[in-house]
Design a protein around this ligand. Sequence first.
Ligand SMILES: Cc1cc2nc3c(=O)[nH]c(=O)nc-3n(C[C@H](O)[C@H](O)[C@H](O)COP(=O)(O)O)c2cc1C
Length: 322
Amino acid sequence: MIERAKPALAVDLCGIRLRTPLVLLSGCVGFGEEYTRVKGFSNRDAGAVCLKGTTLAPRPGNPPHRIYETAEGMLNAIGLQNPGVDRVVEEILPSLDFSETHFFANVSGSTVEEYFEVTRRFDNSPIDAIEINISCPNVKEGGVAFGNDPDMSARVVEACRRATDKPLITKLSPNQTDIAANARRCIEAGTDAFAVINTLMGMAIDVESRAPLIGNNQGGLSGPAIKPVALLKVHQVYQVCRDHAIPIIGQGGVCTAEDALEFLIAGASAVGVGTALFYDPLVCPKINAGILGYLERHGLASVQQITGSLRLNDDFGVACAC
Ligand SMILES: Cc1cc2nc3c(=O)[nH]c(=O)nc-3n(C[C@H](O)[C@H](O)[C@H](O)COP(=O)(O)O)c2cc1C
């Protein structure tokens, strides 16, 4: 009798072998050390850890309040607080244990030149891949202003491509009309992968003072509230990526194995976990176990077999919702 191959959690992400398909998301794990003090937490439960958004010069971030809990989610406007790329490369990276997992940088900037320079400095470091954050809604210049304009997105990706041979992951904004068109431009400009999606722009208001509850007035919405939007965006970007074998890190509200499986089925090769860590820092081993159980139940040997396996209902497509 032929023994069925043991299902494996490992996935390939543009040449990097991730032990599990889970990626801990930028801004939700500090610089890789945030949860390592929590008993039972291990970076080994994730295939990769994405560090906080990093700029050329240090940034103090936005005035308080920076976070506000909403129904099934949270608004944040941290404002890319970080110590600047040189300190990250010289002081933080040497303190990380690269035997535990892969570490990705997350690069931000106010100009195309800044994106180039920060990427160039990470190129001379042990970082495994570089995520380009053209979708941060919480800074006045750059960020989502670049990510919502396909021409600017392509210029940023081109500049980062010139700065490094390391894998480039472009993080797309959901706050734009045609995410698939933008993805196409970023592929032409040289991206190796996508992260889909960053937070959705939002606001919360104190009715007594009639002022926004977030110091920055607006913030980025994350958590389970955004999952349906994120799934559709992953599905749309996957239509473009499939023919180019460009992988997607699907993200937005993942809390359970079922959430992760939905993203894989929609077209993701790996799945990000962010806001869920604030509620349960030990959520990753549970998600890993759930994915393994699903593979076993469905007689599948690898996570890759799930990616893009969505069966659309005939005749309706995903075009009209009314
Ligand atoms: C507090 C906080 C800070 C974040 N900071 C960054 C950041 O620096 N760079 C970035 O690309 N995304 C950042 N994000 C977005 C997350 O990486 C992720 O894309 C988003 O929150 C959706 O996933 P989630 O719903 O699982 O959190 C941040 C999110 C939160 C909640």
